[in-house]
Design a protein around this ligand. Structure first.
Ligand code: ZN
Ligand code: ZN
Length: 164
C-alpha cells in the first residue's frame, strides 16, 4: 500500500515536471515577435518555428533592403499577421511569384513573398523585429560568394551557395 502510493506520488511529480518542460519549451518557441516600420504605422507579428532564418548576400536582397546584406526570417503564412496599418502597405511584384511589401509612409520593407523557395510563407527582414532573441539567429549564410569584402561571415553558421 505504502509502496503503491509512493509510486503514484513519484509518477505524479514526474508527470508535472514533464508537463512543465513541455510548457516551457512550447511557451518559448510560441513567443510572438512584433515588427514595426520606421514610422510605426505598419505593425506585424509572427511566431516561430521559422522555416528558415537566412543571411543573404545576393545582389537582389541587397538592393531590396538597401543594405550590404540582408537577414530575413521565413515563417508559414498562418504564423504571420498584420496588426496595424494594413491600409498603408503597398506591394511591389518583382516577378510573378515574389513580392516586397513596404510602408507607403516611410518606405520600410515590412515583409515579402519569396515564391521560388518559400511559396506558402511570409519573409520578414530581421531589421523590423522589435523584440530580438537568440531564436532569430541566422541558420544559414547564402550567396556568400557575392558578399561585400568588408562583411565578415559567422564562423558557426553554415554557408550555402546555390546555383544561380
Ligand atoms: Zn512606416
Ligand atoms: Zn538574397
Amino acid at each position: 500500500m505504502v509502496t503503491a502510493s509512493l509510486f503514484n506520488m513519484m509518477f505524479i511529480i514526474y508527470y508535472i515536471l514533464l508537463k512543465m518542460k513541455l510548457f516551457i519549451n512550447g511557451g518559448f518557441s510560441m513567443s510572438r515577435y512584433q515588427t514595426s516600420c520606421l514610422c510605426g504605422k505598419v505593425q506585424c507579428s509572427f511566431t516561430l518555428p521559422a522555416a528558415a532564418v537566412v543571411q543573404c548576400h545576393c545582389e537582389h536582397c541587397r538592393r531590396m533592403q538597401g543594405s550590404d546584406y540582408s537577414t530575413w526570417v521565413a515563417v508559414n503564412a498562418d504564423q504571420f499577421s498584420i496588426d496595424a496599418g494594413a491600409e498603408h502597405i503597398r506591394d511591389y511584384h518583382f516577378n510573378d511569384r515574389s513580392s516586397k511589401s513596404f510602408c507607403s509612409c516611410c518606405g520600410t520593407s515590412v515583409f515579402g513573398v519569396n515564391g521560388k523557395h518559400f511559396a506558402h510563407h511570409k519573409v520578414l527582414p530581421l531589421g523590423v523585429v522589435k523584440n530580438y532573441s537568440s531564436e532569430l539567429k541566422p541558420m544559414v549564410q547564402v550567396y556568400t560568394e557575392d558578399k561585400a569584402e568588408w562583411v565578415h561571415l559567422h564562423e558557426d553558421v553554415p554557408i550555402y551557395n546555390p546555383e544561380k
